[in-house]
Design a binder for this molecule. Structure first.
Ligand SMILES: *Cc1c(COP(=O)(O)O)cnc(C)c1O
Length: 362
């Protein structure tokens, strides 16, 4: 490929061309320092502007209330599967988990290692074709938190209405749909997202945490596993993933320049609508994995009449610059990851290809 492709990979995922070009332009000499961002001190005034700028922009775009902090932590979203139970499954409390897919299940398995962990709802019986209904969720006694996965990256399902948990802290893994639509952050005690889907390149997990959750986090933990280490030191206790955080800031500036979350949400609905319509209007040639009421706007999962056709579809698509369409091995078939940075033109080209392929093979 001599040209850039439409990249449907689930993560690391496509980034807007504009921010790659911006990073390229600043690569050798960042704002007159004579160094790249990768080479400047994480204690420099230039980097301070970057990390504070990223936090400020995220707060503005998501409408994060003042009693929340934004932290940049390492170890990916998977590291949060450990930090959350270590910090909150204390004093005979139980972690509560809604299992709606692979990552949700991994989070629960890490909870069990730390303390009492309870499955509050599970959609495995229906092969994770949908998220849980709020009335299916049964909390344990003395719940420490309820953990959900807002978008199930592998199965292609997404919560449309979040559970009401009252005083029980609601925690969400938003790795694959943070910043894709407007949400009411005040419903959540803690939100986290690995950067490499909707926020930038890999290397950091962004944690949006309510102040009381910092205060009540377990103080008897190793330094790097405590939320208040990151909060007290503005995520600079040790060297953070500085280049990743710089890219996140560029990504946030891009989202703002595109019209913020209102415009992004509309565009995401339009993009996903194009692909789901192609599935629904295919006379059964394409079958969606998710139940329509749980369909994800970020990861569209479907299959063809047999596995040979799946393979042929993926190979033919790659030849015309539609990359990364292979479904996860747990689901098979096709997965089109269409995060914020996937242009409308990418979805249009995919749909045109889907229709051509069906006309040839059906
Ligand atoms: C990708 C993903 C993860 C894992 O993220 P890492 O940064 O690789 O640890 C966790 N949860 C969800 C929902 C994801 O999409």
């Amino acid at each position: 490929m001599s040209e850039r492709v439409f990249n449907f990979n689930p993560g690391p995922a496509t980034l807007p061309l504009e921010i790659l070009e911006e990073a390229q332009k600043e690569m050798l000499n960042y704002k007159g320092t004579g160094m790249s961002v990768m080479e400047i001190s994480h204690r420099s005034k230039q980097f301070e502007e970057i990390i504070v700028g990223a936090e400020t922009l995220l707060k503005e775009l998501m409408g994060i209330p003042d009693n929340y902090r934004v932290l940049f932590i390492g170890m990916g979203a998977t590291g949060q599967f450990n930090m959350i139970p270590m910090n909150y499954i204390v004093d005979e409390k139980a972690g509560n988990y809604v299992i709606t897919g692979s990552f949700a299940s991994k989070a629960y398995k890490e909870g069990i290692k730390i303390g009492e962990s309870h499955v509050a709802a599970n959609t495995k019986e229906v092969n994770f074709t949908r998220v849980a209904n709020p009335d299916e969720i049964k909390l344990s006694d003395n719940p420490a938190f309820l953990h959900i996965t807002s978008n199930n990256t592998i199965f292609g399902t997404q919560w449309k209405v979040y559970p009401e948990t009252g005083e029980v802290p609601l925690i969400a893994d938003m790795s694959s749909d943070i910043l894709s639509k407007k949400i009411d952050v005040s419903k959540f005690a803690l939100i986290y997202a690995g950067a490499q889907k909707n926020l930038g390149p890999a290397g950091a997990v962004v944690v949006v945490i309510r102040e009381d959750m910092i205060e009540k986090s377990n103080q008897n933990l190793p330094t790097m596993l405590k939320y208040d280490t990151y909060a007290k030191n503005n995520s600079l206790y040790n060297t953070p993933a500085s280049f990743t955080i710089y890219m996140i800031k560029l990504m946030l500036e891009w989202v703002k320049s595109e019209g913020g979350l209102e415009a992004i949400e509309k565009r995401n609905e339009y993009k996903a609508g194009l692909v789901y319509d192609a599935i629904d209007n295919s006379n059964g040639f394409y079958t969606g994995h998710a139940e329509p009421s749980s369909r994800s706007l970020m990861n569209v999962t479907f299959r063809l009449p047999n596995e040979d056709l799946d393979k042929e579809f993926i190979a033919e698509a790659a030849k015309i610059g539609l990359a990364g369409l292979k479904g996860h091995r747990e689901v098979g078939g096709i997965r089109a990851s269409i995060y914020n940075a996937m242009p409308v033109a990418g979805c249009e080209k995919l749909v045109e290809f889907m229709n051509d392929f069906r006309n040839k093979k059906a």
